[in-house]
Write a protein that binds this ligand. Structure first.
Ligand SMILES: Cc1cc2nc3c(=O)[nH]c(=O)nc-3n(C[C@H](O)[C@H](O)[C@H](O)COP(=O)(O)O)c2cc1C
Ligand code: SF4
Ligand code: SF4
Length: 240
């Protein structure tokens, strides 16, 4: 089983491609948590595909790995990332509570658009094409049950101390603003994985101080009305 968490589609795409190429299934970690399906049957391959958030894991992945009970013959972790997967594999191993057989990373468009610019469709398409190439290699490694650490751009181990304070700073919902173009469709509130948004007087209001900060609300708003810092200059993104 290949588990994924994905906001803008990168990890979902990777998990589905791996599952398709290895006759396995891709399963949403968020779906398992929502259905409370955490006691799972043994499987041959357990794959965890996660975005990197602040050099670590999104809180949803963290909670899933701490609570899931599943045994497997071969276990791998794969981080997608924009600049560095940080210490995400270290956290995956720690929360899963057992050693990983293999650790992979694939560079993809960085959906943290408060900082990174995804407004040029050609550059984004080129980045995704490079990711596809890398994915072919990773699939071959998984098929061959290769073991080892194949992560790229990993920083030194001591930087795992960076994750928690950095993530907590990034994921304050006070960073969000809603522009005039909002039409009150309610999609952002409906799709937030942690119910951090409520519609009040036809506009979204963040009712939690912190959220997962998946940026799904920002990237999927049909009017691009949600802003976080300079994100309004950097475009919206969804994996094609
Ligand atoms: C809150 C947040 C923090 C992020 N932190 C990092 C990071 O530390 N390093 C990095 O390379 N990419 C970082 N990213 C980029 C994502 O890991 C990357 O775009 C990922 O492929 C998105 O996956 P998805 O489309 O499945 O949601 C961050 C994205 C978000 C939303
Ligand atoms: S998805 Fe966008 S347009 Fe719809 S309510 Fe939310 S902010 Fe407004
Ligand atoms: S409020 Fe937006 S960024 Fe935060 S978890 Fe919900 S959808 Fe993701």
């Amino acid at each position: 089983m290949i588990f994924y968490f994905s906001s803008t589609g990168n990890c979902r795409y990777i998990a589905e491609q791996i599952a398709g190429a290895t006759q396995d299934s891709a399963v949403s970690m968020l779906g398992c948590l929502q259905r409370r399906e955490l006691d799972l049957p043994d499987c041959e391959v357990l794959g965890i595909v996660s975005p990197t958030y602040a050099w670590g894991l999104p809180d949803i992945v963290d909670v899933f790995l701490r609570h899931v009970r599943i045994r497997s013959r071969y276990t791998f972790f794969l981080a997608t990332y924009g600049t560095t997967p940080g210490n995400s594999a270290y956290f995956a191993e720690k929360y899963l509570g057992r050693p990983l057989d293999a650790k992979f990373s694939i560079r993809m468009p960085d959906n943290f658009t408060p900082w990174f610019d995804l407004s040029d469709p050609e550059k984004v398409a080129a980045e995704n094409a490079r990711a596809d190439e890398k994915l072919r290699t990773v699939i071959a490694q998984i098929r061959a049950r290769e073991t080892g650490n194949f992560m790229q751009m990993e920083p030194p181990f001591f930087t795992c101390l960076v994750h928690r304070p950095a993530y907590d700073r990034l994921r304050k919902t006070s960073h969000f603003e809603v522009g005039e173009t909002c039409i009150g469709c309610g999609l952002c509130a409906k799709n937030c994985p942690v119910h951090a948004i409520q519609m009040q007087n036809g506009k979204p209001v963040w009712v939690k101080q912190r959220c997962t900060m998946c940026l799904g609300c920002l990237h999927r708003c049909p009017k691009f009305a949600i802003r976080y810092g300079a994100s309004y200059k950097h475009g919206q993104y969804r994996h094609p």
